[in-house]
Design a protein around this ligand. Structure first.
Ligand SMILES: Nc1ncnc2c1ncn2[C@@H]1O[C@H](COP(=O)(O)OP(=O)(O)OP(=O)(O)O)[C@@H](O)[C@H]1O
Length: 333
C-alpha cells in the first residue's frame, strides 16, 4: 500500500475548540509529539489572547528526567511560554508502576491547571497512540466502551483534558519537528519491550501491510464511539420509562426492561443504575453475569438478591429492582 502523504497541520483548525478556554496548560514531556504541540500552540497564540503555560512532570523514575524537564523549560522560555516542572514525590509501587505514574501525572496536571486558572490541559496523544490503545484493549477482551479508545475531550475533576492531536499521525509531527528545526528528546523507555505499548508499536508496520493501519483503527474507534453513544441513549430512555425512584439510600426501578430489551441495552441499564449510586468502571464480565441472572429471575417471576462491586441488588417478586450500596458489614464476604 502506498504511504499517504503527510497532512499539513493548521494550528487555527487544530486548536479551534480551545478558543473558549480561560487558559491552557500544555503537558510537554520533551518528545517530538508534545514538542510539536508546544510550538503549534505558540503559533496559535499569536492570533489569540488565551494564556498558555507549559508543564513537564518529573516522575523521579529516570535520572535523565530532570535534564529533560530543564530542556523543555529552555525551549518554552525561547517561545515566551511560562514553564513549571511538577515532581512526583509519592511512594512508587513495585507493580503497576506505569499506571501509578499516569495517575500521578494527571493528578499533578489537574492541580497545576487549577492553580494557574487554566480551564483546559492538553496532551499530545496522536492517532498512533489511539491505534495502539485500541489494539491493547482488544487483546484484553475489552467491550464496546473500551474500543471507543481515548476521547478527544474529557473532564478530570473540573478541568477539561483535551487531546487536539488525536487525529494526526506521529509521523506528521516528527516531520514538522525535523523540517522546522524544533528540537526534542528521545525517551529510551519508548524502546523498552517490557512495556506492552512498545511491543504493540513494533507490530504496527506488520499489521499495516495487511491494511490494519493506525488511521483505520482510529476510524473504528470513532465509529464504535458513535454506536456506544446511541446505545447509551437507548438505555437511558429505557431506564427513564422504568419509573426510577430514589429511596432508602439507593434507588429502585421496574426491572422488566432488563429482560425485555436486547442484552446489550440491559447491560447498560444496570451500569447506569450502578452509576446512580456512584459505582463506575465495573468489570464487563461481572455486569454480564449479573444481567444474565437477573433476566432469568425476572422471566421466572422470582426474587433474587445479588452483590456486585460494592452494590446490593434486590429483585422482588413484583419485578422491582432495588439498588443500593452494600452495607459495610457484609462487604468482602
Ligand atoms: N512526563 C511528562 N510530562 C508532561 N507531559 C507528559 C509526560 N508524559 C506524557 N505526557 C503527555 O502525555 C502525552 C502522551 O504521552 P505517553 O504516550 O507517554 O503517555 P501514556 O501514558 O501512554 O498516555 P496515557 O496517559 O493517556 O495513557 C504526551 O504527548 C504528553 O503530552
Amino acid at each position: 500500500m502506498p504511504d499517504d502523504p503527510l497532512p499539513t497541520i493548521d494550528p487555527e483548525l487544530l486548536f479551534s475548540h480551545l478558543s473558549h478556554a480561560t487558559g491552557i496548560l500544555a503537558a510537554v514531556s520533551g518528545g517530538p509529539d508534545s514538542m510539536a504541540m508546544m510550538h503549534l500552540l505558540a503559533l496559535w497564540r499569536s492570533e489569540h489572547k488565551t494564556p498558555i503555560v507549559v508543564a513537564t512532570v518529573d516522575h523521579g523514575l529516570r535520572p535523565e528526567a530532570a535534564e529533560e524537564a530543564a530542556f523543555v523549560a529552555r525551549e518554552a522560555a525561547a517561545l515566551s511560554l511560562p514553564h513549571r516542572t511538577l515532581v512526583w514525590t509519592g511512594e512508587k509501587p513495585k507493580t503497576g508502576l506505569q499506571e501509578a505514574a499516569r495517575e500521578a501525572r494527571y493528578r499533578l496536571l489537574v492541580q497545576y491547571a487549577r492553580e494557574v486558572g487554566a480551564s483546559h490541559f492538553v496532551t499530545a496523544h496522536t492517532q498512533d497512540d489511539q491505534a495502539e490503545t485500541i489494539l491493547m484493549r482488544l487483546a484484553k477482551g475489552s467491550g464496546l466502551k473500551g474500543l471507543t479508545g481515548m476521547r478527544r475531550e474529557r473532564n478530570r475533576e473540573g478541568v477539561t483534558h483535551a487531546r487536539p492531536l488525536l487525529g494526526w499521525p506521529k509521523a506528521a509531527l516528527l516531520d514538522l519537528c525535523q523540517t522546522r528545526g524544533w528540537r526534542f528528546v528521545t525517551d529510551p523507555s519508548n524502546a523498552d519491550e517490557r512495556f506492552a505499548r512498545v511491543r504493540w508499536r513494533r507490530l504496527m508496520p506488520l499489521l499495516a501491510e495487511e491494511g490494519l493501519t493506525a488511521s483505520r483503527l482510529a476510524r473504528l474507534a470513532e465509529r464504535v464511539a458513535q454506536a456506544d453513544e446511541a446505545l447509551e441513549i437507548k438505555a437511558r430512555e429505557a431506564m427513564e420509562s422504568a419509573t426510577p425512584e430514589a429511596g432508602e439510600g439507593g434507588f429502585s426501578f421496574r426491572a422488566a426492561c432488563l429482560a425485555d430489551e436486547p442484552f446489550e441495552i440491559g447491560l447498560r441499564i444496570l451500569a447506569q443504575a450502578l452509576g446512580r449510586i456512584e459505582l463506575d468502571n465495573i468489570r464487563l464480565q461481572r455486569l454480564e453475569s449479573c444481567v444474565e441472572r437477573l433476566r432469568t429471575a425476572i422471566l421466572a417471576g422470582e426474587s433474587l438478591r445479588l452483590t456486585i462491586a460494592g452494590a446490593l441488588l434486590d429483585l422482588d417478586r413484583t419485578g422491582r429492582l432495588r439498588v443500593r450500596p452494600e452495607p459495610p458489614r457484609s462487604r468482602g464476604r
